[in-house]
Each structure stands twice: as C-alpha cells, then as structure tokens.
Design a protein around this ligand. Sequence first.
Ligand SMILES: [Zn+2]
Ligand SMILES: [Zn+2]
Length: 760
Amino acid sequence: MLHPIRKQIRVRGIVQGVGFRPFVYNLARSLGLTGYVLNSSAGVLIEVEGDPARIECFVRELKENPPPLADVEGISTAPLELAGDTTFSIHESLDQPGELAPVSPDVSTCPECLSDFQTPGNRRFGYPFTNCTNCGPRYTITRMIPYDRPLTTMACFPMCDQCLREYEDPSNRRFHAQPNACPDCGPSLSLSVETSDPQLHHARQLLRQGRILAIKGLGGFHLVCDPFNDATVRLLRQRKKRSDKPFALMVADVASAERLCFISDAERMALTSIRRPIVILTARCLEGGDAPVSEAVAPGNNTLGVMLPYTPLHHLLFRESLEAAPEFSALVMTSGNLSEEPIVTGNREAALRLHSIADAFLFHNRDIHTRVDDSVARVFASQERVLRRSRGYAPHPVTLSFPVAEILACGAELKNTFCLTKDHHAFLSQHIGDLENYETLVFYRETLDRMKQLFRIAPTAVAYDLHPQYLSTKLALEMTDLQQIGVQHHHAHIASCMAENGIAGKVIGVAFDGTGFGTDGKIWGGEFLVADFAGFERRGHFRYIALAGGDTAVREPWRLALSYLLDTFGGQLDSLDLPLLQRVPPKKVATVRSMIERRINTVETSAAGRLFDAVASMAGVRDEVNFEAQAAIELEACALAGVDDRYPFEVTGDQIDVRPMIERIVRDALAGTPVGWISAAFHNTVAAIIVEVCSRLRSAEGLDRVCLSGGTFQNVYLVERAVAALRANGFEVFLHARVPPNDGGISLGQAVIANNALQS
Ligand SMILES: [Zn+2]
Ligand SMILES: [Zn+2]
C-alpha cells in the first residue's frame, strides 16, 4: 500500500435496522480496509483506513448498492489522521442528543425467512416470529432510538446461544437483527380456549366453524373470520357495529387474489411490495361465480380491499402444513376495534374491549409498543397511491426539497394524521383515525409524545385547521407556548400536493372534498385556488347551497338533493313527480324544505362531496349513508364505461353553476335513463368543469401547473377523466402518490405553509 489514508464517512437516511452495518463490515473486509462502523442516533458513522482508490470504491458501493431496505439520503466524508487499525470491526451504538435518525417502518417477511420457516428441519420451521435484518417488526416495537434490542419490546426475550451467535456474526443474515428470535427463546402464541390440539390447528378449526377470532398481529389486533360464510360476516358486522363499511381481506397468495379480483401489473407490484398495503382491487364477482365471498364483505362495492400475508403467523393461519394447499383462500382481516375506536394492541386491552366481538383470542407475548393500522393503497392514473398511510409507510419521512423549522401540524378531524418537521423531513404520523372519541384522542396524544421523542423534535410552532370545532384545532390552541398558525383547509390540501411533488411557486389548485372551513365562515369543498406556500386566492367554487341540519345532512344525502332541487326548480318542484320525494316520508321532506327555504339551522356549502351526495340520491343510488363518502363511492361504482356524454353547466365570474346539469339529471331520472349512464355523464361533467375553470385561470394568470387534492380525488373515474382532459389541454398535472389526497395528508400542507409563515 503506497499512501494509506483515513476517512470518516457519515451515512444519513433509513440505515438502522436494515442490515447496513453488516453490509459495511463485509464490504470493508472485502476491500481490505480497516476501521470501524457504528450506529449513532444521527445515522451510521464509519471510519475507514487504507488505499485511497479502495476507499473511493467503498464509498461508491455505499451509494450505489446499499441493502434493499436502506434508504440512503446522504453520505458525507471528511479526512482524518491515520489511526493504524489492523482490522475492521463493529462498535457499540453511540447516542448523540439532538441528532435525528429515522426509524424504519415494519417490513413484511422476506423470501429467505419465509424459506427458513417453510423448510422442515430448519430450527425456525413453522415459527411464527421468524425475522431477520431484512424484515420483521421495527416501528411497532421501538421504544427509543438508537434502534437496539434493549430499547425495543424484545428486551424481555434474552437470546439463546444459537440466536446470539447469529446476532453477533457479521456474515449472518441475522447479524444485529434486533427482533431475532427462535422457538427456544422468542415470543410465543397462546390461544384463549383450552384445546389438546396444536393451537394454530385449533384456531383454523374455529375459523372453519364460522367463529370470529381476535388475532394479535404486528401493529394491533385483527378480527378474523371466513369471508365465504355469509352468516359469520354478518354477525361480525353486527357485533362490530359496522353497517356497510367494507372489510379488508387477507388472501393466501396472489393466485387466490386473482380468483377474486382483476389484477394489473402495477396492482400486483403494490400487493407484493414489502409494505404489503391493503390494495383496492376491482372484484370479479361479489355474488355467484366460482369464488363467491359474502356480499356482506363489501356491500354495494365493486371493489375489494385485499392484502397478502405479511408475518409468518399470517401464513400459518391459512394452512396446516406449509407445503399443503391453503385451507382458506381468503380471510376477513379487519382492525380489532369497536366501530371507529383505535386498533387494540395489548392482550389485556383486547380481552376487555373485544370480548363482545370475538369468540376466541389468539395472543402472543411480544408487546406492540406503537399501534399501527394496515395501510390502504389503490392503483390509478397508472401508479400506486396511498389512501391510508400507516403500517409499512409510517414513520418513513416525506423528504422535502427545502429545509424546514421544527413544527407540529395538527391535521384535520377525520382520517387524522399529524406531522412533525425538521431539517428536510416531514414525519407524518401513522393513521390516527377520526378524532371523535376519547380513545382516539388518547392515541393522538400518545403518538405525538412518542414521535417527538423518537425524532427529537421540539416544535416551536403549531399549525392547525381554521375549523373551530375540530379537536385537532382545540389541541393546537391549548399549546400556548408555541407560535400558533391557522391554515385554511383547502390551501393545506394544495400545499400538501405541492410539497409531495417537490414543486414551488404559484399553481392552480383544485381542492375537492366533503367539508372544510372557509375564510368566510362557510363550508368550502369545491375550490379552485391560485396558491403557493405563502397564500392563496379563491378563484372559483361551486355555487353555495344550503346544508340543512349540519351533520345530519351529511348522513342523509337526500337533504342535499332537496337543496339542489329547490335551488334549481324553486316552487316548480311541486309539479315534478320525483321518486326521491316519494321515498322519504312527506313530513320529513316538508320540515327540511322549510329549513332550507327559511335558512333555519342551515349552513352554506360549496363542497363537491355534497354535490356527489345530491346526485347519488337524485339518481336513486342512496338516500342515507352510514360511513363517510358512501353515496359517492356507490355512485362511482355504478358508472358505465364508454359514456362520453356530459351535462351542461355555467361558469360566471368565480361561481360554478350546476343548475343546468341538475335539471337534466332530473329529466333523465324521470325518463328512466339507466343510473350508470347518469353517473358517468355526471362524472364527465365534473371533469369538464375542472378543465373549463383551469383554462380560464390559465388565460388570466399564465399558470399551467394544476394540483389535484382532496378526498374527492380518490374517485378513480373522476381522476382518470380529469387528468386525461387536463393533459390533453396542455396542463401539467400533479397528484398525490405517497401522501393521501384526503384529510390524512393535510398535515403535510399545514406544516409547509406554517414554515413559510415563520420564515417571512
Ligand atoms: Zn427476513
Ligand atoms: Zn433463540
């Protein structure tokens, strides 16, 4: 060696708990370099000594070929004095207060572990907690950083000699795999009912008999039953107090998914990705056919939410022997909770809260420190798009194209997530849920405390929604020691889309959703903004209509239909013989009509979501809903393919007037036009409105970038139509992909707007 040198190398990003140190160790040894590697709370720290060309090669490999789960954000090097090491070694973890080290999300079982677990004779054959450096629990078991076994919920399982040898051997796949375990030393299962059979065998038997099981998983309990048993699925709905909201399915394998659903290549990739989200797929057939799941799994839907097994335990639920064909091709796997409460994580908590739902419990004794629900994704506009960002995604940060202050953004009311920012990172919490009950609020506070600690963020400012009644807003306003920054709901949606796509400057923002507090005190939700991070102008919106009875109106779309009908026909409404007015009791209609006409207990709204509700009711799809957006989802589900017609509308100044469309829809409904045709023409009209208003704004402002955000843009029919039409008209269109378009993504927008306010 001519002139050896020594360098310090810092690697930032997701580099802990992903096999990075053994990779570095083996790389250094193969290049004949000496020195050491260690995990610090700021990432991985390396010192190498040796030939300069080999060190250059070493750094290049770190950048270009890191382990599959690593996400290297940056590598910096600095020269050091020679130290004369004779070997390369792995040192103890080092904690640097104030420094930030992202924690890896939980990862589904890797192919090697699956093979260990499926190979007779392997010491982990059939062991439900098999994992390695490339897979297994992470965020859900991490109490503190740095990510080391004593700081996880695996601390109480001392490793046996064999596991310890793997753990200490840098050439082993389980080197420093913090959750490493085997049947001799690791966590184990226990079934709540007495049986002389093996526990899993008995659990499967119970499922086959139509029982409902509560099964502890990775981020919480699932309620599990046989989706082909109609009576059981209906019983689960009844016990869970859940009327129509779809249940997710776990399928044994991709072939089983294909028997139930149509799967494109992009959907297959989403299904089999290491994140293993629930993927919304088009159902082949919900009733009849060769693989009929109960209609009660997803009432009124033409889609099914499907995921693949992501822990070894899941694989065991499906089959007796790992070589045998699965006993079930699918299982209902819904969050273990009561209606909208947070998912249950503790064994005792489960026994207490789920005893009225589950016939038996399958527990295990590895504690879940952080509750994390299953994520939901859907492929549209040719890409996987996250609709609920939780397991497998959280707490992986969204990387921003600019540095940000330490800020807490509290999110909205429904589908809540909050967001903490620091450096170039936006850490979105896992899905917290609807902030409408005490348990969810406790979950919110608990997760906030933990994430602040885990990512060492001490916010100086708090961003919140302008809606005075949101619990998230009330929480923010209690934080009087922080600078408080209110952010308009739809501005936040657009900023979230901009931040995710790494764009800045003015854009045309189309924010369509069900509800959001406007600066005029009215309920917005059909908004065209000219916006940047600094502010927005409201340049277009649906004409206001009356929402009679507040929240009741949201549950009863027929009230919206009546509002639109009165707005369109006025007194002439009486001369129309509308089926809608016959379905609802006349007394109710009269009361609501008088409320609307006299503006009693009404608020005005421009929300697109409410227009979808109204049209769903007018078309006869649904007059009442029991979960958010149900009417809109069913209206979309029935839209006929191949219809290009649309209805008329008018744009005057900043107002979009859909009365010409309502008139035609009523005429079509009375003439017996198929609902699917009305639905398609209605969706086409909304897409045409988007293009028309954006075109006007382009003429006025010279802007051609359009951001689409808000819950309405989960509507695949609408998004695909609108995007195609906008692109055909020369617009550059930005959608969400990694951050939900619904209120689950809004905290990101709040944070970047607040950051902008702090800097100006
Ligand atoms: Zn593995
Ligand atoms: Zn062991």
